[in-house]
Design a protein around this ligand. Structure first.
Ligand SMILES: NC(=O)C1=CN([C@@H]2O[C@H](COP(=O)(O)OP(=O)(O)OC[C@H]3O[C@@H](n4cnc5c(N)ncnc54)[C@H](O)[C@@H]3O)[C@@H](O)[C@H]2O)C=CC1
Length: 279
């Protein structure tokens, strides 16, 4: 297959390019090659490649900054996605749009199903949800894949931040009242690779299985790394940030189950592998 990947220099994009290049003709599109906010450039690039599928992983992911730069968030996440969706449709390509658990408000106490009503709390979440609607309207061969708490080898993420902080301090405060599912970008890339081969279009929730708080996640990182760091559980209210995070954003994998696709391994198993490779 010919596969184009936006956000090719990002955490997920990088792993997607690496994985899919083994079996497919891959076009990794960084911002330098194709700025998704530039409509003529997106149309021209996609027409030239004529990919069988586009995985759209590019986004404005600075969740806190987005609260103050709304136009920028909507320009990249919403209108950028429109540009990709229209181009994908013109070229007859399948489209996978990567979305987020932050489309939910976190008031639930049970895992969110694909058809539960979104209610994003942040500009970032709203701009990503608006993009989901656009994808549904402009593409007739779409997968919307919501994931959560990504980490991997490339770029900055929670796991790397914890390991860096551990070199500077022996004691760290970490939030214990936000629950979600950490997801390894390599595992998500494998899932997307399988999904691409199908025509089982629609919305998917895709994360490593199981759930934890950021506090438990940090504890697991240090256990896997064999580091003795004292963690102090703190409440979200003691750690004010511009963007309000959902208190609970665990994703139920109903679409994976009902479509007979392979589910993810646990977040702890994935973390073990990642930290093992990192250190
Ligand atoms: N990082 C996380 O914890 C989560 C991320 N997601 C979603 O997963 C996807 C991948 O996330 P990450 O790899 O972590 O993001 P990232 O921030 O590492 O990568 C995003 C990439 O998009 C590119 N980009 C930004 N503006 C662009 C533009 N105008 N034109 C072209 N490229 C542009 C950036 O250069 C960057 O390489 C995104 O859609 C994000 O919204 C969903 C849930 C959680």
């Amino acid at each position: 297959m010919k596969i184009a990947i936006t956000g090719a220099n990002g955490q997920l994009g990088h792993d997607l390019v690496n994985l899919l290049s083994h079996d497919h003709q891959v076009f990794g599109l960084s911002r330098q090659v194709m700025d998704i906010t530039n409509f003529p450039q997106v149309v021209e690039t996609v027409q030239r490649i004529k990919p069988d599928a586009i995985i759209h992983a590019a986004a404005y992911t600075r969740v806190d900054e987005a609260e103050h730069t709304q136009d920028k968030a909507y320009l990249v996440n919403t209108y950028g996605t429109r540009n990709v969706a229209i181009s994908a449709q013109q070229a007859g390509s399948k489209m996978i749009y990567i979305s987020t658990d932050y489309v939910f408000d976190g008031q639930s106490s049970t895992p969110y199903k694909e058809f539960d009503s979104p209610n994003p709390l942040t500009v970032y979440g709203k701009s990503k949800l608006a993009a989901e609607e656009i994808v549904k309207n402009f593409s007739n061969k779409y997968f919307i894949v919501r994931t959560s708490w990504l980490y991997g080898q490339y770029g900055q993420n929670f796991v790397k931040t914890m390991l860096t902080l551990a070199q500077l301090r022996k004691e760290l405060p970490v939030v214990f009242d936000q629950i979600g599912s950490p997801t390894y970008t390599v595992d998500l890339a494998y899932f997307l690779k399988d999904l691409l081969q199908t025509e089982l279009y629609g919305i998917y929730h895709a994360s490593n299985t199981g759930a934890c708080s950021w506090y438990e996640f940090a504890k697991a990182v240090f256990e896997e790394a064999g580091l003795d760091i004292k963690l102090n559980p703190v409440e979200t209210k003691d750690f004010p940030r511009p963007a309000r995070r959902p208190a609970y954003s665990v994703l139920d994998h109903m679409a994976i189950r009902l479509n007979g696709l392979s589910d993810f391994r646990t977040w702890r198993d994935a973390l073990k592998e990642f930290v093992g490779q990192l250190i």
